[in-house]
Design a protein around this ligand. Structure first.
Ligand code: ADP
Length: 752
């Protein structure tokens, strides 16, 4: 919790931040957040350049950083303060020099962004600190007063690693961006593979952790993945080839196997991409090609998620260090189920090492267990997709899939997964074209695996979607169509309009008995405004599109003094606006949950004047389309233009439908697959037990959950149709605290 205070009475506290080990996209967003949050909380902050090497070298490698030193760095890959590996710091003598360089500058709090090696190094330094300082006093390298003033070195660790290989955080900084690069490569390869009916083996990073291979296989619609935590047993080559053959026989044109660089078999022997290629060629009798993605995975721009997550973590690291009590040990700042979470740093490091030990000892079950529940779920999902199980459902049923609402990238991925998994269960899978209107117009067709081949990566909605409001006559027609097409179960993949239609259908069951079938609503809308889920399919893609568009807009603005007012979609929900503002460092964000006032606009005009007269050339405002009925994007742009006079000009950018387009992001593809798998499971059990519930499925706190559709009115606000409870609203203060420096009037923010 933070409160405002006009002045900070405490003596100046000094924090340093460094990045160490391999670089990862998103590290810059973390550095920016640490620097700005520290300043905001009234501390002084120093950047240590080139990791621990800079700490050992001292001099100008340790430099104070000011607010504007970290402007405009969120979109940059790598790390602006440099990273290195440092042999000297592994030795006690090296750490002693580092301790001197820190203590003599009054620095006794350190944020380390790196892998588990870097974090262990920080912990080591912190444990040795009192002793090292005593030695430095004895050798007169620091004064006794300095040692007394800084009795402890407090540590906060953030995991920067593209492998997502750390216990204590659901995601590491850089993993999502790496997944973007991998999935872009898979999409490119699969289009050429499909044209020539070829087989490809792709090696991705991950020496100890198969996350990238697992998630990329699901997001890329690949048939098989080999990961370190699940060494395949004897005969895996046959199993792999069977899986590929089966997919081909069902209409698939390309075959892709993903190999994590640390993959090994049950005897501990490494499995290389080349070996997989040779096995495939020998058994399938066709050429296979190998692509090793290598450093491409570290490159490119950081994804929206890496920026926002790293921002949340960096903010919390500064807050943790400045409120640390003497008894607090080193903390790992991670994310767990969409929330920032602090855990004892060395517990995470040692849990991580235990996984490595299990892997070395060949105990893959323990290694997999150590990775945690969501990892195990991901693994189970890929197994289901690549190892179809024999049909167990006694009766073959007909399950139809329909869209309703605006377009959301990932809708096709959900349909493909539902068709694939539903058919594995022995059901007939039907596609309804053009929403509910298509249903009563009879546009219902069988969907085979060949029909949905390649849909995982496809933007848009192949079945067609539209917003329908069903009147009484149409209700009758829908009931009739369900009967005529012998539909036993229904999956809606859509937005709030679709949810409302299902709510009405469920309420009409006594009038129309054919509507008494089990139904699952799968959340798909870029607006992220659906109840019963923290994230909906499509919103991550839209966020990435918005963030990339804003990057370009910022680049275009280098010459003039300019305020951009950028309008995002979202209807009555500010999710896209707030998260994109946080990820791009916008100076202001207006969104419906807060609204817009004239006083606020006047304050913002003053902020713009102050900014443009002190040499800055850009002021970025993100406005959600539904932020306010009267203060429209156009209206506020005109107000700013009128007030800007000769000092600055204003440009209005309405991003529009570009936000609904594009191929789905890796996250949206995985989310769509998880939710569709959940929907098929729910319907399959209901159909075998005779159940007929209509439910909304979602992802809440990292787990799949359901709510009855009858709860819909209770969960949404009737005027705005957005959920009453929105987890992300609490991030507003993070975005605001990092957007503008404290001034004499606003003062610093105090942590309580
Ligand atoms: P990562 O942090 O990505 O795991 P490394 O293991 O290479 O990368 O560690 C990066 C740097 O952190 C090393 O070069 C070294 O300076 C420091 N470091 C790593 N392990 C230790 C350790 N056990 N004690 C002290 N310093 C360490």
């Amino acid at each position: 919790m933070v409160t405002m205070a006009s002045q900070s009475p405490a003596p100046v506290r000094r924090i340093a931040v460094l990045t160490s080990g391999g670089d990862a996209q998103g590290m810059n967003a973390a550095v920016r957040a640490v620097v700005r949050a520290s300043i905001r909380f009234g501390a002084e902050v120093f950047g240590i350049h080139n990791g621990y090497q800079g700490a050992v070298d001292g001099g100008d490698q340790i430099r104070q950083l000011h607010w504007n030193d970290v402007s405009g760095i969120q979109h940059r890959g790598g790390t602006v303060i440099g990273t290195a590996r440092c042999a000297a710091f592994r030795e006690r003598d090296g750490r002693r020099v580092a301790a001197r360089n820190l203590a003599s500058r009054g620095i006794d709090r350190l944020v380390v962004i790196g892998g588990d090696g870097s974090l262990s190094g920080a912990d080591q330094l912190s444990r040795e600190w009192p002793e090292l300082l005593a030695e430095l006093v004895a050798s007169q390298e620091i004064s006794p007063e300095t040692a007394t003033a800084h009795p402890r070195l407090q540590i906060a660790g953030l995991v920067g690693s593209i492998d997502n290989d750390m216990v204590g955080t659901d995601m590491t900084i850089g993993a999502d961006s790496a997944l973007h690069r991998i999935v872009e490569a898979i999409d490119a390869i699969s289009s050429t593979a499909a044209s020539h009916q070829r087989t490809f083996v792709i090696e991705v990073m991950g020496r100890r952790c198969g996350y990238l291979a697992l998630a990329a296989a699901i997001a890329g619609g690949c048939d098989f993945a080999l990961i370190p935590e699940a060494p395949p047993g004897d005969g895996w080559q046959d199993e792999m080839c069977d899986s590929l053959r089966r997919a081909r026989s069902l209409g698939r044109r390309d075959s892709i196997v993903l190999v994590a660089e640390g993959a090994r078999d049950a005897s501990g022997t490494p499995i290389t991409a080349d070996q997989v290629r040779a096995e495939l060629e020998a058994r399938l009798g066709e050429q296979a090609r190998v692509t090793i993605l290598g450093h491409v995975q570290r490159g490119g721009i950081p994804s929206a998620f890496d920026r926002s997550m790293a921002t949340m973590m960096g903010y919390d690291a500064a807050s943790a260090l400045l409120s640390a009590r003497p008894e607090d040990g080193a903390q790992l700042i991670g994310v767990h189920r969409n929330r920032v979470r602090r855990t004892p740093l060395m517990r995470s490091v040692s849990d991580n090492r235990a996984i490595a030990a299990h892997l070395d000892a060949g105990d893959s079950a323990q290694a997999l267990k150590g990775r945690g529940e969501s990892y195990a779920q991901l693994f189970a999902l890929l197994r289901r997709l690549s190892h179809p199980r024999p049909t167990t459902d006694a009766v073959r049923r007909r399950i139809a899939i329909v869209h309703d609402g605006g377009l959301a990238p990932g809708m096709n991925a959900a349909v493909r997964a539902a068709v694939r998994l539903g058919r594995d269960r022995g059901h007939d899978m039907l596609g309804i074209e053009g929403g509910f209107a298509g249903l009563y117009a009879g546009r219902v067709r069988d969907l085979s695996l060949a029909d949905v081949d390649g849909w995982t990566s496809l933007g848009g909605a192949e079945l067609g979607t539209r917003r329908n409001r069903i009147d009484d006559d149409q209700m009758y027609a829908v009931a009739r169509a369900i009967e005529d097409h012998h539909i036993d179960g229904l999956i809606l993949v859509g937005g709030i309009a679709g949810y409302q239609t299902i709510h009405r259908l469920a309420a009409e069951r006594t009038r129309f008995p054919s509507l008494a079938i089990p139904i699952v609503c799968v959340p798909a809308t870029i607006d992220n405004n659906l109840p019963g889920t923290e994230l909906s399919i499509g919103s991550d893609t839209a966020l990435n599109t918005i963030v990339e568009s804003i990057d370009r807009i910022k680049q275009s603005a280098m010459a003039a003094n300019r305020c951009f007012v950028i309008e995002t979609m979202g209807r009555h929900c500010g999710y896209l606006a707030l998260m994109s503002a946080m990820s791009t460092g916008a100076e202001q964000v207006y969104f419906p949950e807060e609204g817009i006032t004239l006083t606020q606009l006047a304050t913002d005009v003053e902020r713009m004047r102050a900014r443009f007269t002190t040499g800055r050339s850009l002021f970025l405002v993100v406005r959600a389309e539904g932020a306010d009925e009267y203060y429209t994007t156009d209206a506020i742009s005109r107000v700013f233009e009128a007030e800007g006079g000769p000092l600055f000009d204003v440009r209005e950018v309405v991003l529009g439908h570009v936000q609904q387009g594009g191929n789905p992001s890796p996250f949206d593809r995985v989310l769509a697959t998880r939710l569709a798998a959940g929907a098929v499971d729910i319907l399959s059990s209901a159909l075998s037990d005779g159940g007929s519930d209509a439910v909304m499925i979602g992802l809440e706190r990292g787990a799949l959950t359901t709510h009855p559709i009858s709860d819909l009115p209770a969960l949404i606000d009737p005027a705005t149709h957005r959920p009453r409870d929105q987890w992300w609203v609490g991030l507003t203060s993070v975005a605001r605290d990092l957007a503008e420096p404290p001034t004499a009037t606003t003062g610093s923010t105090q942590i309580s």
